[in-house]
Design a protein around this ligand. Structure first.
Ligand code: ADP
Length: 435
């Protein structure tokens, strides 16, 4: 530019027409600039992905060079990113577990090869399809729509009933879902074997035990014919035989509860009447210990489910409250409903439980104090039964306790599980399961 202006001024000096020579010079420069701009425009519009920008001189040459360097750097970065994406895709494709990406509406976006073998997804036909259309198990639909993915879900594979898959959903980004699916057939089979073993052993032990208990009872009935040295031993054997029978019954009940996911019957259960009869049984259990048992129940509130199972669960809670509350103590049973659903709480003024035990309380055979538990005649399975029954009724158990002051066990049933009617409940006759 400086050269051009100097040249124009020199020509102006020679010819004496400064103005004209400057105007012609600047005009020429403008025309050249426009031409370069046009070349750049043409290149930007039509260039192939890897085509370099046009050559140029002066300022325009620098501009074209800078664009060229930017383009090369961009290509290198893109190449590196593509390599990373290829590696991620290759490794996820090689995974034995299925990885499925869903958009915020639950439609399929991307999946790896294992998703095809485990869930039968088809590439590319199924892309964009709602996942609930392809995995049609009712529990999956419920799990997916509830949007509570804290626990994984186990269901049979949609393409092969012998395959058992475990699904775990994680939300990320803009409410998109990442679904991981594992083949857990072997673990499921082992678990099944364990359940069958416990159920079979309990079942097989029941008959010999009934015979032994029967003979002991006959001997004790004719106690005068028995050598007095043996009476105490016989009484203890009879008592321990009784404990073993309760234990086997509880184990069999647990095995039965574990066999299916949901209760076999789902009838409206008259919970207030059920609680009334549990209260009478609790009074009988309390006997001379003279507990004060209070029942406050919403008479119109009924629950969908299995009456026998609910009786087992509720009576376990109420009997525990009686067992672990000192003489003359108070047990308060409440049955009510609110916007969150239906609730049953059993509150006692008993010995309470140290908070450190609470998370493990529903485990089988878990006892806070085993020496005390054996005195109460408990099996250590009561709360495990409660947990299973509640799980089958889509309910949860909440335990709160202050040592020395008492405990409250509350069952929370979701709104869908209750049946509200103004009609008084029918009298109930169901026996607790397995008893
Ligand atoms: P168990 O047959 O021994 O009562 P459970 O499974 O019913 O077995 O209860 C497990 C343990 O939880 C009991 O051993 C007891 O220590 C404790 N527990 C249960 N209910 C109460 C309660 N209402 N108050 C205090 N401790 C309780």
């Amino acid at each position: 530019m400086l050269l051009l202006v100097t040249a124009c001024l020199l020509i102006g000096l020679v010819s004496g027409h400064y103005g004209w020579s400057l105007a012609i010079g600047l005009g020429l420069y403008l025309a050249w600039t426009l031409k370069q701009l046009l070349r750049l425009h043409q290149w930007l519009k039509n260039h192939q992905p890897d085509e370099a920008p046009p050559d140029g001189r002066g300022l325009w040459g620098d501009v074209f060079d800078s664009i060229y360097h930017l383009q090369r750097r961009d290509q290198r970065v893109r190449g590196r990113l593509q390599a990373v994406i290829d590696r991620v895709q290759e490794s996820t494709a090689a995974l034995k577990d299925a990885v499925i990406m869903l958009d915020s509406d639950g439609n399929l976006e991307w999946w790896n090869r294992a998703a095809e073998t485990l869930l039968g997804l088809k590439t590319p036909q199924d892309s964009g399809q709602p996942v609930t259309n392809l995995v049609r198990h009712p529990r999956f639909k419920e799990y997916f729509e509830n949007e509570n993915y804290a626990e994984p879900l186990e269901i049979p594979s949609p393409i092969n009933d012998h395959l058992r898959v475990q699904l775990l959903i994680t939300r990320y980004g803009n409410n998109e879902h990442l679904m991981l699916v594992r083949d857990v057939t072997r673990i499921h089979q082992l678990e099944q074997m364990r359940k069958d073993f416990v159920a079979n052993v309990s079942h097989e032990l029941r008959t010999p035990l009934t015979v032994i208990s029967g003979y002991l009872e006959t001997l004790l009935d004719n106690v005068e014919e028995v050598n007095p040295r043996w009476v105490r031993a016989l009484k203890q054997m009879h008592q321990q035989g009784g404990r073993m029978q309760t234990l086997l019954n509880d184990l069999l009940l647990l095995a039965k509860l574990e066999a299916t996911d949901y209760p076999s019957d789902s009838q409206p259960v008259a919970v207030p009447t059920l609680l009334q009869s549990i209260k009478s049984d609790a009074k009988a259990l309390s006997g001379q210990r003279n507990h004060q048992i209070i029942l406050e129940a919403d008479d119109s509130l009924r629950l969908k489910g299995s009456e026998g199972e609910l009786r087992s669960a509720f009576s376990n809670l109420v009997f525990n409250a009686v067992k672990y509350t000192p003489d003359e103590g108070q047990v308060r049973i409440r049955w009510w409903s609110d916007s969150q659903g239906a609730h049953l709480s059993v509150q006692d003024s008993g010995i309470g439980i140290d908070p450190k035990h609470l998370p493990r309380l529903t485990e089988r055979f878990y006892r806070v104090d085993s020496s005390r538990a054996s005195n109460t005649g408990g099996t250590g399975l009561g709360l495990a039964i409660v947990k299973h029954v509640l799980l089958r009724h889509r309910a949860t158990l909440e335990i709160s306790s202050v040592p020395g002051q008492g405990s409250t066990f509350t069952c929370h049933f979701p709104p869908a599980q209750r049946v509200s009617s103004s009609r008084p409940a029918e009298p109930t006759t169901a026996k607790p399961l397995g008893k």
